[in-house]
Design a protein around this ligand. Structure first.
Ligand code: UDX
Length: 450
C-alpha cells in the first residue's frame, strides 16, 4: 500500500519505518528541512535502538522516502497518518495547532480519496476537528474528494519502539465505516499474522482509550510511590512490598517500580490533558489529578533524602549524577526527574558531575557550558572528586558499580532514585545507602529477618 506519514518524531518515524519493513511504500514528511535532509542521509533525529539500520535498509530498497513536499507525498496515498506533536498549552490542554495545520495541508493538497489516520495523542473529539479542517480546505478549492478520519492511537514506548511496532499487543481502530476498518486491517496484517489483535470501536472511544491506557500506567507508578513514602514512615521495605503484591495477576509485575517519578513526552502531558478534558466537561477527575500531583512531589524526593542526610551542609558539595534521560535506552530528557534534581542541587549551592550513556548531547543542548555542571564521558569520571552519588535513571551499566570507588566518594553516600542497589551490600561496604522506600530513607529501622 502507498502510505504517507506527517511528522518524523518518535511515533511517525518508528511507524513509517516499520510499515516499510513489511513491504509498504512509505513517504515520511516533515516541515523541518534540516531533519528531512539528515534522514535522507540516514541520520536520525532521535536515539532509538534498532531503528537506524531499519531506516537505512528500507531507504536503500526504495520503500521509505523522506520529503518536505506535501503534494507529492499525498499523490496516490491510500492512507495518510497524522503523527505530529500535541504539546501541553498553558492550561495543560493538548495544543492541537500542529495536528490542525497538518489537516489543513492535507485538505489543500489532496487529489484522490484517502483515509486519514490520527496517531497523535489527541483529546476526544479531535477527529471531528480534523475532518472539518480538511473539508474546509476542499470546499475552498471547490473540489469534492472522499475521505474518512480514523483514530488509531499508538502505544509504543521509547527505547522499545521498533519491537512495539513490529509486535503490537493490540491495534486499536476507531472508525465509522467498515471500509476504513478493513483497510487498516490490511495495512497492519503482517504485524499480527498469528493472532487477532485488532480492537475495533467508534472514533471517540479509541481517542479515550489512549488516555485511559497512559493514565492507568501512571496511576500504578504514583500509587507505588505513595506506598514507598508510607514505607519510609512506618519502617517497611517497599521492595519487599512490591514483591509481595506483584505476583497477584490482578496487580501484575509491571509499572509498580517506585522511583523518582515518571517523566517523558507522554505521561506528564497526557495525564494533565485528560484531567483538563474532564474539567471542560464539568467533571473533576480527582484520581487523575492526584496521580500528577503525587508525581510532581516525587520528582523532588531524592533531594528530600539528600537534605535529610546533609541538613544545611549541601552548599559547596559535589554530587555525581548517574542518568539524565527520563528512562533507560533513550536520550530523551523531556520532563526527566534528573532536571528537577539538578535545579534543586544548584539552588542549594552544590555542584553536579553528570553522566548518561546516551543523553550527553541532549544535556549539552539543554544546559550548554555553565558553572556548577560538568558533563562527564563515563560513569567513573563522574565520581571523580564527588562527595556523593545520586542515581536517577536505571541504565543497566549502573547496576554493578565498583564499590571501592563509591566508598572513596568524599562522604561515601549513595542516593538511589531507582532502587537498583542492595542496601545491605552497600552498607557492609561502608557506604551510606538511601533508596526510595528502603535503606536509610526509612525513619524507623526494618527488623532483620533471618
Ligand atoms: C509511555 C507508555 O508506556 C506508552 O505505551 C505510550 O505510548 C507512551 O508513554 P514512554 O513514555 O516511552 O511510554 O515510557 P515508559 O516506559 O512507559 O516510562 C514512563 C516513565 O515511567 C519513565 O520515567 C519511567 O522511569 C517511569 N516508570 C515506569 C516508573 O517510575 N516506574 C515503573 O514501574 C515504570
Amino acid at each position: 500500500m502507498k502510505v504517507s506519514i506527517f511528522g518524523t518524531g518518535y511515533v511517525g518515524l518508528a511507524t513509517g519505518t516499520c510499515l516499510s519493513e513489511i513491504g509498504h511504500d512509505v513517504t515520511c514528511l516533515d516541515v523541518d528541512e534540516t531533519r528531512i535532509e539528515s534522514l535522507k542521509q540516514g541520520r536520525l533525529p532521535i536515539y532509538e535502538p534498532g531503528l537506524a539500520p531499519m531506516v537505512a535498509r528500507n531507504s536503500g530498497d526504495g520503500r521509505l522516502h523522506f520529503t518536505t513536499d506535501a503534494a507529492s507525498a499525498l499523490e496516490g496515498a491510500e492512507i495518510v497518518f497524522i503523527a505530529v506533536g500535541t504539546p501541553p498549552d498553558e492550561d495543560g490542554s493538548a495544543d492541537l495547532q500542529y495536528v490542525l495545520t497538518v489537516a489543513a495541508t492535507i485538505g489543500a493538497n489532496l487529489r484522490s480519496s484517502t483515509i486519514v489516520v490520527n496517531k497523535s495523542t489527541v483529546p476526544v473529539g479531535t477527529a471531528r476537528l480534523v475532518e472539518e479542517a480538511i473539508a474546509g480546505e476542499l470546499t475552498r478549492r471547490g473540489v469534492e474528494i472522499d475521505f474518512e478520519v480514523v483514530s488509531n492511537p499508538e502505544f509504543l514506548k521509547e527505547g522499545d519502539a521498533v519491537n512495539d511496532c513490529m509486535r503490537p499487543d493490540r491495534i486499536v481502530i476507531g472508525a465509522a465505516t467498515q471500509a476504513a476498518v478493513d483497510k487498516l486491517k490490511r495495512l497492519y496484517a503482517p504485524f499480527v499474522r498469528n493472532h487477532d489483535r485488532f480492537v475495533v470501536m467508534d472514533v471517540r472511544s479509541a481517542e479515550l482509550t489512549k488516555y485511559a491506557a497512559n493514565a492507568m500506567l501512571a496511576t500504578k507508578i504514583s500509587f507505588m510511590n505513595e506506598i514507598a513514602n508510607i514505607a519510609e514512615r512506618v519502617g517497611a521495605d517497599v521492595e519487599k512490598v512490591r514483591q509481595g503484591i506483584g505476583s497477584d495477576p490482578r496487580i501484575g509485575w509491571q509499572f509498580i517500580y517506585p522511583g523518582v517519578g515518571y517523566g517523558g513526552s507522554c505521561f506528564p502531558k497526557d495525564i494533565q490533558a485528560l484531567a483538563r478534558t474532564a474539567r471542560q466537561h464539568d467533571y473533576e477527575a480527582r484520581l487523575i489529578e492526584a496521580v500528577e500531583d503525587v508525581n510532581q512531589r516525587q520528582k523532588g524526593h531524592l533531594f528530600e533524602l539528600i537534605l535529610r542526610h546533609y541538613g544545611d551542609r549541601i552548599s559547596g558539595r559535589t554530587f555525581a549524577l548517574w542518568g539524565l534521560a527520563f528512562k533507560p535506552n533513550t536520550d530523551d530528557m523531556r520532563a526527566a526527574s534528573s532536571r528537577r534534581l539538578i535545579d534543586q542541587l544548584w539552588q542549594a549551592g552544590a555542584r553536579v558531575r553528570a553522566y548518561d550513556p546516551e543523553a550527553m548531547s541532549e544535556a549539552r543542548r539543554i544546559y550548554g557550558e555553565r558553572a556548577g555542571l560538568v558533563l562527564c564521558d563515563s560513569m567513573e569520571e563522574a565520581l571523580g572528586g564527588a562527595d556523593a552519588l545520586a542515581v536517577v535513571t536505571e541504565w543497566r551499566q549502573f547496576r554493578s558499580p565498583d564499590l571501592t570507588a563509591l566508598r572513596a566518594l568524599g562522604d561515601a553516600v549513595v542516593f538511589d532514585g531507582r532502587n537498583v542497589y542492595d542496601p545491605a551490600e552497600l552498607e557492609q561496604a561502608g557506604i551510606a545507602y538511601y533508596g526510595i522506600g528502603r535503606g536509610r530513607s526509612l525513619r524507623a529501622p526494618v527488623p532483620i529477618v533471618a
